[in-house]
Design a protein around this ligand. Structure first.
Ligand code: MRU
Length: 356
């Protein structure tokens, strides 16, 4: 099974190494990696979605800090120089995309680690080395969390079920099994036969280009639908669950995910179908009371007016292109995390599981 997984991100070499990542803008037709040897190329890769998906963005940013520190002459610089550069790189990477909290979580973790190393009589080379290990730990932990999410969540899926998913919350969005897709991969390993209806996910088609590609590689029954077909598919009784990932979950359980997720949750409620979110604990932002406080990325007009490599809207037409929406907690049946399943979804259940 594991052989069908690709290395979405990989650190190559030692302290002077670089980040290699799959250029997801080229899928499904080309599986090609790019080498990011400076922090600008990592920022650009996040911005234009060569690497995307909340956990993967966080991992890329953590490695981005390590790449950014390579500009220093570690044999000559002081601890203070290193910290200043780290803060500069971190502030820069934090400007790449606003919604997925994993980005900020990973940058904070790198900064906290650096601060904890000061006054420990380490050389700046040793500090940089420890920070690289921290980025690798973030990467490794993500793999373990995704497997745990799959184990908990697969219990919610039964033999023969049809399930809708939206966008891509698979190995390409994480370091291996994914979050939502981890449920499907794990259920499949357990011998449960599922049919996954994959929303194509306009405007950038992460469902069609990435999720369908990943599921097919794992020999899971995959049916690609356009986003506007979900209601009819539900009405026809073809699906018994909806599972998506998330980019940021507020303290009350409101969850931001790819635009279109909210609509899917409304449809699921109307058809009495459970709606599940699968996400690791670092996707929760307990500093935000509700989803109203989650920053929603608004992307370029061209993603709508030139969506398929050709002009699809008239010259000069106004557009509005929010990349995410927020599903209210009341529409979410359960949230599957690496620590267990949160159900019902509310502030006290969330704190009980996450802060235990
Ligand atoms: O714009 P994207 O492709 O980064 O959006 C990704 C999603 O919305 C995913 O569902 C989410 O990040 C969870 S990935 C495990």
């Amino acid at each position: 099974m594991a052989s069908s997984f690709v290395k979405t991100l990989e650190w190559k070499g030692g302290l002077d190494g670089h980040l290699s990542l799959i250029d997801q803008t080229l899928l499904p037709t080309r599986l090609q990696t790019i080498d990011c040897k400076d922090v600008e190329s990592i920022w650009e890769a996040i911005k234009v979605l060569r690497v995307r998906g909340a956990p993967a963005i966080g991992i890329a940013a953590a490695y981005g800090v390590c790449v950014g520190l390579q500009e220093l002459d570690l044999t000559a610089c002081s601890e203070q120089d290193l910290l200043e550069r780290l803060n500069e790189v971190s502030a820069y990477l934090a400007q790449s995309r606003p919604t997925a909290v994993n980005l900020f979580w990973a940058l904070d973790r790198m900064t906290t680690k650096a601060n904890s190393l000061l006054a420990k009589q380490l050389t700046t080379t040793q500090i940089a080395q420890t920070l690289l290990q921290e980025a690798q730990a973030i990467h490794d932990e993500d793999r373990i969390m995704c497997r745990a999410i799959g184990s908990y969540g697969a219990e919610l899926l039964e033999q023969g079920m049809g399930v809708i998913t939206h966008c891509n919350a698979g190995g390409l969005a994480t370091s291996e099994y994914g979050t939502a897709l981890s449920l499907f991969f794990t259920a499949h390993e357990q011998g449960k036969e599922l049919t996954i209806y994959v929303d194509e996910t306009r405007p950038l088609l992460q469902g069609a280009r990435l999720t369908a590609w990943e599921l097919l590689r794992s020999n899971i029954n995959t049916v690609l639908i356009c986003d506007n077909m979900a209601a009819q598919v539900m009405h026809e009784g073809k699906v018994q669950a909806v599972v998506t990932g998330a980019d940021r979950i507020a303290a009350n359980g409101d969850a931001a995910n790819k635009i279109g997720t909210y609509g899917l949750a409304v449809l699921a409620r109307h058809h009495n179908i459970p709606f599940y979110i699968a996400a690791p604990s670092n996707t929760f932002d307990l500093t935000l009371e509700s989803g109203d406080d989650i920053p929603i990325e608004v992307r370029a007009d061209e993603e709508i007016t030139c969506g398929f490599g050709r002009q699809t809207g008239p010259d000069g037409v106004a557009t509005y292109n929010p990349a995410f929406d927020v599903t209210p907690a009341e529409l979410i049946t359960a949230i599957v995390t690496e620590k267990g399943i949160i159900q019902p979804v509310n502030q006290s259940q969330i704190s009980e599981l996450l802060l235990a």
